[in-house]
Design a protein around this ligand. Structure first.
Ligand code: C5P
Length: 237
């Protein structure tokens, strides 16, 4: 399991949302040893496969495999089995898959991949209230997020991915051992891009995040190393 106290400085996870291997290698060279974690999502995993994960692990990185699994319980557990040889620290699945699927996955992880923390994804940050209602959920988004997070935790899932604005509520409602991972991070002077529900790295730290997923503020910076250094500086205060 990922061992991280909620009151310590959050680790940065660099989202490798890039077009090809060369771009990935370039940004890793530039950001160097100060970066411990990287996120491999569907875009890169489906293109590069398991080889990318092995290579990144061999280069000393911890890996957050963001595949957001969502299927029937048996298929989700079998998907985890297919991933179990991989040297990753965290894997995402949708909490909306329901209690049976979550319980099967957490049992599988406990028994077979105890060093991997499963993270429940609640309501995607791209979903607004209208979008939620379109799929039949009338409750406020915040309530649905809490409901799904609680469901995941009750079934033994070790962490939750949430927007920074949801951090205070989840940190308060969930056991302190639960890992909270948040995207939507923007340093004060950075371009917000398509992210709307954002916080600065320091605000997210104070709100209780264990890990900050950051992509474009580092990837699109003229000097990615300087961008990373300045975020780390902000977090160390
Ligand atoms: O570039 P940026 O810092 O916005 O990247 C954030 C990363 O976090 C992207 O890989 C995005 O897919 C991911 N993410 C997100 N919101 C979620 C879950 C994942 O932005 N709810």
């Amino acid at each position: 399991m990922v061992d991280k106290m909620s009151d310590s400085s959050p680790d940065i996870i660099l989202a490798l949302d890039l077009e090809n291997r060369e771009q990935i290698n370039q940004v890793l060279q530039k950001t160097g040893d100060r970066l411990n974690w990287v996120k491999v999502g569907l875009q890169s995993f489906l293109r590069e496969g398991k080889a990318l994960v092995h290579e990144l692990a061999d280069s000393g990185k911890n890996i957050f495999l963001d595949l957001k699994l969502h299927d029937i319980p048996n298929t989700m557990a079998k998907a985890l089995e297919s991933l179990s040889e991989l040297p990753v620290g965290m894997i995402t699945l949708h909490a909306g898959a329901g209690p049976e699927a979550l319980a099967r996955c957490s049992q599988f992880a406990r028994e077979n991949i105890p060093n991997v923390t499963l993270l429940g994804v609640t309501v995607l940050t791209s979903t607004n209230q209208q979008g939620l209602e379109a799929v039949g959920v009338k409750d406020p988004i915040e309530d649905q997020v809490l409901r799904l997070a609680q469901l995941a935790v009750d079934q033994g899932i070790g962490g939750i991915v949430c927007s920074p604005l949801e951090l205070p509520r989840l940190r308060q409602a969930l056991p302190s051992s639960i890992t909270l991972v948040t995207p939507g991070i923007r340093p004060a002077n950075a371009d917000t891009g398509d992210q709307k529900r954002i916080m600065t790295p320091r605000q997210a730290k104070l709100a209780g995040a264990n890990y900050l997923v950051i992509g474009r503020p580092i990837l699109a910076a003229t000097d990615p190393k300087m961008a990373l250094d300045s975020i780390l500086e902000e977090l160390s205060d």
